[in-house]
Write a protein that binds this ligand. Structure first.
Ligand SMILES: [Zn+2]
Length: 143
């Protein structure tokens, strides 16, 4: 890292060098630390070289709100889809339509899933689920 870069980081600081990080589990890093009080104009990030990812250039202002999701919920949704081994043409069911579930849908779409079924009972979230790639909405629960 060097001064002046636009960076994105997780709320877990990690060295990105230990066996856990190499296996893709940076939140279980042997040196992990929580990054707290991050809603500040200036922040010291421990293990910055392992934790932060820089963008190739300064992003336009209208892209920044979307990039904010990369520090938390998008990573979780992506990890879920990756852990579920989503492949091109896969059929995926996402249970839950909160931020993580919706970004799990977006991740599955990015990974090429052919059919994405969203379990959702909220109209506004169903619209987002469809926008993010859900092909089917299931609103029922129980029997
Ligand atoms: Zn590590």
């Amino acid at each position: 890292m060097k001064p002046g870069l636009f960076v994105i980081g997780s709320f877990f600081a990690s060295d990105n060098t230990c066996p856990h990080c190499h296996a893709g589990y940076q939140t279980s890093c042997r040196q992990r630390e929580f990054v707290t009080t991050a809603q500040a104009p200036v922040l010291r990030v421990p293990l910055a070289d392992g934790t932060l990812v820089s963008t190739p250039e300064l992003p336009p202002d209208d892209l920044i709100p979307s990039l904010l999701t990369l520090s938390d919920v998008m990573g979780t949704g992506w990890f879920a889809a990756d852990a579920a081994n989503v492949k091109p043409g896969s059929t995926v069911v996402v249970v839950g339509d909160g931020a993580v579930g919706l970004l799990g849908i977006l991740s599955a779409k990015q990974m090429g899933a052919g059919r994405i079924i969203a379990m959702s009972r909220h109209d506004t979230r169903q619209m987002l689920a469809t926008e993010f790639g859900a092909t089917d909405i299931v609103t029922e629960r129980g029997d």
